[in-house]
Design a protein around this ligand. Structure first.
Ligand code: ZN
Length: 152
């Protein structure tokens, strides 16, 4: 990692701390040439395998963008979307796999989104699970009602 100020290749770690419950390590470094300090972030890569077989790094932004569309006109603010993406990432990482199929990202979104906003959840689920009829919605809504009763 080169110093962002003078491009020198050598630096010394002066402090190192875990964030996000140890999923990320942040290191404070001191450049051995110009003496300035900078921070680096180290994180295990979580890869999403698309249906085509292509892999790409998991992105919270993508989760947020996908969910934001379903939340249009709903009382869901940006903070709530960020929190949801965080929960999705945590649940995926807790599975312990370095690579996950993209449809599992969708699955991991469903639970937190249901907690957040049921209308947005129905919209998202209808696309994600390719609802093809009114019956599909009816069934999903019936499941929601059952879940509400169990929550009480
Ligand atoms: Zn430097």
């Amino acid at each position: 990692m080169r110093c962002p100020f003078c491009r020198n290749a050598d630096s010394r770690v002066v402090d190192s701390r875990e964030v996000d419950e140890g999923q990320v390590i942040r290191r404070r470094r001191s450049c051995s040439s110009c003496g300035r300090r900078f921070t680096t972030v180290e994180e295990a890569v979580l890869a999403v395998v698309k249906r085509s077989g292509v892999t790409e790094p998991f992105s919270r932004d993508k989760v947020v963008n996908g969910v934001r569309r379903a939340c249009q006109g709903r009382p869901v603010d940006e903070d709530a979307l960020q929190q949801l993406a965080h929960r999705v990432e945590e649940s995926i990482r807790s599975g312990g796999n370095a690579e996950i199929p993209s449809h599992e990202v969708g699955l991991a979104i469903l639970g937190p989104l249901r907690d957040l906003d049921e209308v947005a959840y129905l919209r998202f689920a209808s696309v994600y699970r390719s609802f093809s009829s009114v019956e599909d919605f009816e069934k999903e809504i019936a499941d929601l009602r059952t879940a509400q009763r169990t929550d009480d």
